[in-house]
Write a protein that binds this ligand. Structure first.
Ligand SMILES: Nc1ncnc2c1ncn2[C@@H]1O[C@H](COP(=O)(O)OP(=O)(O)OP(=O)(O)O)[C@@H](O)[C@H]1O
Ligand SMILES: [Mg+2]
Length: 461
């Protein structure tokens, strides 16, 4: 038998010389050694191949990691359980004196994170095998750079700290918050502008009545019978010397007492009418004052909630429109239910809503051109709510306008603002109630219903 394995051949040659021939009794033994060598050879080749593959894989993994490092802007520290930096790798674009950091404790050089707290963080990462994320800032206030550091456990109580610069994100977040604040501010200002418009609208409505009252007073003063008093006085002065005879015998003089009595009666009636008008004027001015005061305090409290009698509120609003309604020949019908309890409400807001409803109803009647103009005001109570409705037999509302009638700015009147119903609906909602409309169409009149809770909105919620 001749050995196949060259190593065995070489060994036999070295030991026994080149012209050695294997004795027959060794043949079996040599054959076994030869096949053992052969098996070893195969194993070796296999192992070499495996090693080659592994090292290729390792190289690949290494180059992959290197590529990742070059691409990501992170800093990677390997730390021991005390925080000592064992190695540091800086990602793309990170300028860091890596050598200077090695061997130092990260919490004392780079990560100025309070020692005790950092110790606790490290303990958690190592003992609980948990990933912990912390944030830290460095640099002067306003110019800080922020880092997010993720600590991940490794073998042998080591920890890898991956730090990412999140300054841009932080600044963007701060900017976003600032913008949010600005937006909130702007919308608050817009709200204030809306309140101002509301004041103007409501004051405008009341001023209309003030104007009417003022011109009525002026008219009555102009037409005053006080000239008559002057005439009598002149007559009496003329007859100063023989006043007794003049009053008893002169036909003119004898008329004086009766004339004076009549004059007094007229003057008294004028005075009463003027006083009534002045009274309504005063009430209107008081209402204006309250509107302004209420809106000024709007930002703090949304008005004063008081106990009110609904019928009285309705009467007040009717009174404010009274002169204009009667001048336009509009009949007002009142239907107040008896069982309406007192309500807790912001009176002046309700008054504003009602004044606008009545004014709208008056315009609707005027525009209809019909002779029998009529506004019906009803007050009723159902389901713990009070329902105040204003019905007119005026021009009515077409279906498509019903949908947008409460929109801000919707108006069909030449001098309208389209604000009254919008703010009325808002006010009703804020008081925990609602404002709704119904009309069967053009020339069919309309009904607006203001529904209010018996208790104020806050108490209900
Ligand atoms: N009773 C009604 N009958 C018919 N149309 C009405 C009635 N009430 C309101 N409208 C319609 O709704 C529109 C909006 O009313 P709203 O009170 O909001 O504003 P406006 O009266 O036009 O102006 P302002 O803001 O000065 O009150 C009116 O222009 C009118 O077209
Ligand atoms: Mg209106």
């Amino acid at each position: 038998m001749v050995p196949t394995q060259s190593l065995l051949k070489r060994q036999l040659k070295r030991f026994f010389g080149s012209d050695f021939s294997i004795p027959s009794e060794w043949q079996g033994f040599i054959a076994t050694v030869d096949s053992a060598y052969e098996e070893f050879e195969v194993d070796r080749e296999l192992m070499e191949r495996a090693l080659e593959v592994s090292s290729e894989e390792l190289l690949e993994a290494n180059s992959e990691i290197r590529a990742i490092f070059q691409a990501i802007p992170d800093l990677v520290f390997r730390l021991d359980d005390e925080g000592t930096i064992l190695s540091v790798k800086a990602g793309a674009g990170v300028d860091l004196p890596q050598r200077e950091l090695s061997g130092k404790r990260i919490q004392e050089c780079w990560l100025k994170y309070s020692g005790e707290r950092f110790h606790e963080v490290l303990r958690r990462v190592i003992e609980e095998k948990a990933m912990v994320s912390i944030e830290h800032a460095e640099g002067a206030k306003g110019l800080e750079s922020f880092h997010e550091v993720r600590l991940v456990p490794l073998l042998r109580n080591q920890v890898v700290a991956i730090a990412r610069n999140i300054t841009e994100r932080k600044n963007a977040e701060a900017k976003l918050e600032q913008m949010h604040k600005q937006l909130a501010n702007t919308s608050r200002q817009a709200g204030m502008a809306e309140i101002a418009t509301n004041v103007l609208h409501n004051v405008g409505n009341v001023l209309n009545s003030v104007n009417v009252s003022a011109s009525l007073v002026a008219d009555s003063v102009k037409k005053s019978k006080s000239v008559g008093v002057a005439k009598v006085a002149a007559l009496l002065r003329e007859h100063e010397a023989d006043l007794g005879r003049f009053m008893t015998e002169d036909p003119k003089g004898r008329l004086v007492p009766a004339y004076l009595a009549q004059l007094a009666e007229h003057l008294h009636a004028d005075q009463q009418a003027t006083l009534a008008e002045l009274d309504s004027l005063q009430q209107n001015i008081e209402h204006i004052k309250k509107i302004v005061a209420m809106q000024q305090s709007y930002a703090r409290v949304s008005g004063v909630v008081e106990t009110a009698k609904v019928a009285e509120l309705v009467e007040d609003s009717l009174r404010m429109n009274e002169s204009s309604s009667s001048r336009h020949g509009i009949q007002t019908i009142r239907e107040y239910a008896d069982d309406v309890p007192l309500i807790q409400i912001d009176k002046h807001r309700v008054l504003q809503v009602l004044v606008n409803l009545l004014r709208n109803a008056k315009h609707a009647c005027d525009d209809s051109g019909r002779p029998d103009k009529r506004i019906t005001v009803r007050v009723a109570c159902a389901d713990a709510r009070v329902r105040i409705s204003v019905t007119d037999n005026g021009i009515g509302i077409v279906a498509e306008n019903i949908k947008r009638i409460f929109n801000h700015g919707f108006t069909t009147r030449r001098n309208g603002h389209g604000f009254g119903l919008h703010s009325g609906a808002l006010a009703a909602k804020e008081m925990g109630g609602s404002l709704s409309v119904h009309s069967d169409g053009p020339q069919q009149g309309a009904t607006f219903t203001l529904e209010l809770p018996l208790q104020p909105a806050q108490e209900l919620s």
